[in-house]
Write a protein that binds this ligand. Structure first.
Ligand code: KIV
Ligand code: ZN
Length: 524
């Protein structure tokens, strides 16, 4: 029943174009720094995606640097950068990816009347000319060029056919048909694509791609429908993050192709599905976006059989209720346990087993943090270690504000009061005190007093990384700071400490965003 058993025909291979670092990073509240982007890109390479869209370099200097870092450090996948159909965007995108082993420029322009009239204020002839010039310029710089018709599914199919025909004639190697606003439906999308292919036979010479948004919950269904009528590239994001309701979820697409290969006429992908869980957790931690418990493939309940009747069936024969096994997504429960007496060697071994590359510096940082937590908690499981490592990675790369110390007072009937010491990027320390309705608010106000921020808590959640009374706690916050939304996440044995660090990370993200104010790119 899996792709492993199905014959593999090259013509049926579906390329995975991951846009977690571009469309995903455009989600409200997500602001990844350079090292975080590189860390995610390395994991995407392990996951076996074909293309990593690393960013939109014209949007900010930070984005350009992030794309350059991914292009220089990550080997294996094609590294793509997004550009609107104009010279400055395309030159900057090229600056971003030119050092990649296999660079791609991805240029786009809107083709629907509503976008052309109200957003671009251009007529069809102008849009057509801009697209032709853009692809020609991109192709003069790079052999691998993708062209997208933004809002294609609400565009006149005859006009889209003309545009993509011209783009192919100028040398575009991939033509992407986005359902930008998540409006289409599977059969309608298939009809659109089939008519497009009929009107533009040149599409047979290039890779046709689909990029679907999830506003009506149909991103995966529409993407799959596109693949069934001949598209061979799917654009998706880990955990389905992305603009508004998100993009097609990478893990769902990969597991559909694997689980239903025979019924999909042998469509297959190069995704190493056993890396899915790790990629999902990494993206969730670094973006601060929690995964809903019942999320397909990666939610914590996705492989749990709670109800007695289900448990009974699964024990008798797993196939009664299981259509995929936990191992296939890398969820095999590792028996790995480290105790407070475990040494550096055991830690290195455990980290390597979890897939981390550990040099001496990283091991020293990891060991200090491990000891600190193991002394308080006793034993650490693989999941604890993974949570700690992604947290530690952020401590060492996020050169922003760091929590040095905090204290809290306020028994029953007293006003909760907190004090903090925050270390700044130059090693300078800032002290602050604050009160609030509860301990978390008191800590936030103390941080605000120390560093001059002013955040409003929109969402707050704490959860246990693994079960048990001494569980490692994970805090997530979503805050409004200076009129924008920022997410933060942190783990600690003390949930108040985790909460304070999560808030400080949101403050760091807001400062980072302020430094490289984004160029408005409506509709992208
Ligand atoms: O949704 C969209 O249309 C996009 C394009 C830039 C491909 O993200
Ligand atoms: Zn998109």
């Amino acid at each position: 029943m899996t792709a492993d058993a199905a014959p593999r025909d090259d013509a049926k291979r579906v390329k995975f174009f991951d846009t977690t670092l571009r469309d995903g990073e455009q989600s409200p509240g997500i602001h990844l720094n350079l090292r975080e982007k590189v860390e995610i890109a390395h994991q995407l390479a392990k996951l076996g995606v074909d293309v990593i869209e690393a960013g939109f370099p014209i949007s900010s200097p930070g984005d350009l640097e992030g794309v350059q870092a991914v292009a220089r450090e990550v080997r294996g996948p094609v590294i793509a950068a997004l550009a609107r159909a104009n010279e400055r965007d395309i030159q900057t995108a090229w600056e971003g990816v030119r050092d990649a082993e296999r660079p791609r420029i991805h240029t786009f322009i809107a083709t629907s009347d509503i976008h052309m009239t109200h957003k671009l204020r251009m007529d069809r002839a102008q849009v057509f000319a801009a697209a032709v010039d853009a692809v020609r310029l991109a192709r003069s710089l790079c052999d691998d060029v993708e062209f997208s018709c933004e809002d294609a599914t609400r565009s006149d199919v005859a006009f889209v056919a003309e545009m993509v025909g011209a783009a192919v004639a100028e040398g575009a190697t991939t033509i992407n048909i986005p359902d930008t606003v998540g409006y289409t439906m599977p059969t309608e999308f298939q009809r659109f694509l089939l008519e497009l292919m009929e009107r533009c036979p040149a599409l047979a010479e290039v890779t046709v791609s689909v990029h679907c948004h999830n506003d009506l919950g149909l991103a995966v269904a529409n993407s799959l429908a596109g693949l069934q009528v001949g598209a061979r590239q799917v654009e998706c994001c880990v955990n389905g993050i992305g603009e508004r309701a998100g993009n097609a979820s990478l893990e769902e697409m990969a597991m559909i192709l694997r689980t239903r290969a025979e019924d999909l006429g042998g469509l297959w992908s190069g995704v190493t599905t056993t890396e899915i869980t790790r990629a999902s957790r990494l993206v969730s931690r670094l973006t601060g976006y929690a995964i809903q418990p019942n999320k397909a493939v990666v939610g914590r309940n996705a492989f749990a059989h709670e109800a007695g009747i289900h448990q009974h069936g699964v024990l008798a024969n797993p196939l009664t209720y299981e259509i995929m096994d936990a191992q296939s997504v890398g969820l095999a429960q590792s028996s790995l346990v480290l105790g407070k007496h475990s040494g550096r060697h055991a830690l290195r071994h455990a980290l390597e087993e979890l897939g981390y590359d550990v040099d001496r510096d990283a091991l020293n940082h990891a060991f200090a943090r491990f000891k600190d937590v193991a002394d308080k908690k006793g034993e650490l499981t693989a999941m604890d270690l993974e949570a700690l490592m992604s947290d530690e990675m952020r401590v060492t790369v996020d050169a922003g504000l760091a929590l040095e110390d905090f204290a809290f007072s306020g028994g029953s009937g007293e006003v909760p009061r907190a004090s903090v010491v925050v270390r700044g990027p130059d090693g300078d320390t800032h002290r602050g005190e604050g009160t609030g309705d509860g301990p978390v608010e008191a800590l936030m106000r103390a941080i605000d007093a120390a560093v001059g921020s002013a955040g409003r808590l929109l969402e707050y959640a704490v959860s246990a990384v693994t079960g048990g009374p001494d569980a490692l706690g994970e805090a997530r916050v979503v805050c409004e700071i200076a009129g924008r939304t920022f997410a933060g996440q942190a783990v600690s044995t003390d949930v108040l400490e985790a909460s304070a660090v999560a808030y400080l990370r949101a403050v760091n993200a807001s400062r980072h965003a302020e430094q490289g104010e984004r160029v408005a790119a409506a509709g992208v």
